[in-house]
Design a protein around this ligand. Structure first.
Ligand code: PXL
Length: 284
């Protein structure tokens, strides 16, 4: 089987495992050749470190992408996460137009908010503009806060009933993508997981694990990278979601064992063997 190729469009946070420093090693470890288009370069991510530096890569991104187009580069998947500024929505939309093929996957993680609030670097305009990317995607993977911003409705935290989540998923696919996956979903106290919906087949699926009552920064990127790893290794959406939920849970276990402050990000490195096992990959 020829090696699959992905393009990861995220920021480089030099310290504090998230974004590209998570997506690149995870996808590489499962055999996916991964190109990167950095959206910003930060000394650290923005949640938990004081005084971080921030370089918006918007002025360079079109030139990078244009060069690849001239070279005739192709990608089996394009995976977007944290964007450096709202101006990058149009730049990334153009990257989608330039590199979309009949059978590649466009995965949009509309990274902009958590726990009911937008990240401090973003304004409401990011939520409005992000809908443009969602309608060009095959699959979007918001958390519940991002889903509320995308649908312009109040965020409802805590546990939910299945009917509410099913309706939310259906309305999110109404943004224009055929598949939606919601993270951070809980139906009962003490459990946390994800739910997905495929509008083409009208199929709904849910998978959860034990809830750990602590915020671990960067777990969304671990989840998205684990999900894409599984999709690019032949899993369907519901199977890939189960792998990503369990893998993220495993990373959290290792992070707790390491005992470092949460803003240093999830200890995903030690969970690599777990991910490979679940994907049935045994490198010689
Ligand atoms: O994991 C989300 C994320 C990615 N990149 C940067 C961030 C955050 C969340 O705060 O600050 C720079």
């Amino acid at each position: 089987m020829t090696q699959k190729r992905a393009l990861a469009i995220h920021d480089i946070s030099c310290i504090g495992r998230c974004s590209i420093t998570v997506a690149l090693p995870i996808l590489s470890s499962v055999g996916v050749e991964t190109a990167i288009l950095p959206t910003a370069i930060l000394s650290t991510h923005t949640a938990g470190f004081e005084g971080y530096t921030y370089l918006d890569m918007a002025s360079e991104m079109p030139a990078i992408s244009k060069h690849w187009k001239c070279l005739g580069e192709k990608f089996d998947a394009i995976y977007t996460g944290f964007l450096g500024s709202v101006e990058q929505i149009d730049i990334v939309a153009e990257v989608f137009d330039d590199f979309r093929s009949d059978d590649n996957l466009i995965l949009v993680d509309p990274v902009m908010a958590d726990s009911g609030k937008l990240y401090p670097v973003f304004t409401q305009d990011m939520a409005v503009q992000m809908r443009k990317l969602c309608c060009k995607a095959d699959l979007i993977i918001p958390n519940l806060t991002e889903a509320a911003f995308l649908l312009d409705e109040p965020y409802v935290g805590g546990e939910h009933d299945e009917r509410y989540i099913r309706e939310l998923l259906k309305r999110l696919t109404g943004l224009g993508c055929s598949k939606t996956l919601l993270t951070g979903v809980s139906f009962v106290p003490g459990r946390l997981g994800a739910a997905c919906y495929d509008a083409e087949t009208d199929e709904f699926s849910y998978h959860d694990g034990d809830y750990v009552d602590r915020i671990f920064h960067g777990t969304g990127d671990v989840f998205g990278s684990g999900l894409l790893s599984a999709l690019m290794n032949g899993f369907d959406l519901s199977g890939a979601m189960a792998v990503a939920v369990d893998y993220t849970r495993k990373c959290i276990e290792y992070t707790q064992l390491e005992g470092r402050p949460a803003h240093y990000g999830p200890c995903f490195e030690k969970a690599t063997a777990f991910l490979l096992e679940r994907l049935g990959i045994h490198w010689e």
